[in-house]
Ligand binder design. Structure first.
Ligand SMILES: [Zn+2]
Length: 118
């Protein structure tokens, strides 16, 4: 799943991922954190060099975003492509050969199988 685009608040350019690492949270006496370090991504604006830290999406957030993408997709073939994305070639072939699948599902499995072969 594509990461959400980060837009520079100053010049509106799309910021690029510059660094992924861990931020130390030592010495924070106001908020009691369970962890001393949090995973963070540093984004850099290519135009004005503005930098900002972002928290990467958690597994749950990523899942929710994918579900939303699924709901936003109107094309039934695309929808099946998203659903079948992690299927093995064997599993995709099963969909293509199976009798109980919709034509849209078969088409999606075929598309994915073609791309795997590239
Ligand atoms: Zn900028």
């Amino acid at each position: 799943m594509a990461e959400e685009k980060k837009i520079c608040p100053f010049c509106g350019a799309e910021m690029a991922l510059h660094y992924t690492g861990w931020l130390a949270m030592r010495g924070n006496k106001v908020v009691q954190l369970t962890e001393d370090f949090i995973e963070a991504q540093l984004y850099l604006c290519p135009d004005c060099r503005f930098m900002a830290w972002f928290k990467p999406l958690t597994g749950v957030e990523q899942f929710e975003q994918e579900q939303q993408a699924l709901e936003d997709t109107k094309d039934p073939v695309k929808k099946f492509e998203i659903l079948f994305r992690d299927y093995s070639e064997k599993k995709l072939q099963k969909v293509i050969d199976g009798r109980d699948y919709l034509p849209e599902a078969k088409k999606a499995a075929q598309n994915l199988l073609c791309r795997k072969g590239e």
